[in-house]
Design a protein around this ligand. Sequence first.
Ligand SMILES: Cc1ncc(C[n+]2csc(CCOP(=O)(O)OP(=O)(O)O)c2C)c(N)n1
Ligand SMILES: [Mg+2]
Length: 326
Amino acid sequence: MSTIDRAKLLDIYTRTMKVNRTDEKFRSLLMQGKVAVMYYCVRGQELVSAAAMAALTDDDYVVCTYRGQGEQTAKGIPPELWWAECLGKVTGTCKGKGGTMHITYPEKGIMVTTGVVGSGLPIATGLAMASQNNGDGKVTLVSFGDGAANIGGFHEAMNMAQLYKLPVVFLCQNNRYGEHTAFADHTSSESISARAAGYGMRGVLVDGNDVNAVYPAVQEAVDRARAGEGPTLVEAMCYRMMGHFFGADFSYMPKEHLAEMQREDPLPKLRQVMLDHQFSEEELDAIVADIDAEIDGAVAAALAADLPGPEELAIDVFETPLVEAR
Ligand SMILES: Cc1ncc(C[n+]2csc(CCOP(=O)(O)OP(=O)(O)O)c2C)c(N)n1
Ligand SMILES: [Mg+2]
């Protein structure tokens, strides 16, 4: 049985299914040609994002990547704002000027989404340093991939975060691939988390498909960060069940690997944990039905919304809007 209490399990299940249903909806819209934007699928990684976000408060900060739908949804960006942003509409979180790869929503702590691989780590370290200086009690969590761990900024951020005992959690979602390159072909160490020792930092390796592994590990890392005990590098092993981005070929992923992913799929495993805790099939299905209805409403509103007008080009860019400066 799980050590996680029922209320928290329900919270994690709900967040996980929001991420999954959003991913399914996005792929379905793309398949039907109803939308045409870049989208990086999160199928297989839903639980890691959801369990990690469930360990944070609304005010805590998150920095994520282009594959950040999970963090963005699970941290609580309202779906109507999220969908509108993804579709480039003026009603979006960034008035349609960010799109899928640059979602920002400070109201729920989503501070930065970046497409520059590895750049989130130094940014998160800076946010954590600000919190330490301000004494605001916030923890920053940065989500990044296995490939990102091989960028120089990873090392700079890890060293500085540990040196100053900053309230930051480094969450590596090791989905076994960096674009088309398998983990063993781009990383010399056996794991990313083992590198933490080189900085005198705590490193934890967890099964990202198991709620009983990933949630307690992230919660402990968050608690330690908030208590002034410094950063943790949490590496969650998971699978990228699709190509690098929607529509990308993934024939280079070996068949045995695909079979292993199916066996380890986090969603049926989480559902079983819920059933073991006396949640009924009907109850779990009803949660998903509510989520689907909310997503359908948000998508319809986003599709009907306006694109930003040309005047938006000069707004939110400089502190003094260009039109006023002239
Ligand atoms: C600095 C930089 N180098 C290269 C790229 C091209 N690129 C985009 S995604 C990606 C793979 C990153 O893999 P990983 O960090 O494992 O994240 P995942 O896509 O698996 O979530 C690369 C190399 C980039 N966007 N930025
Ligand atoms: Mg990866």
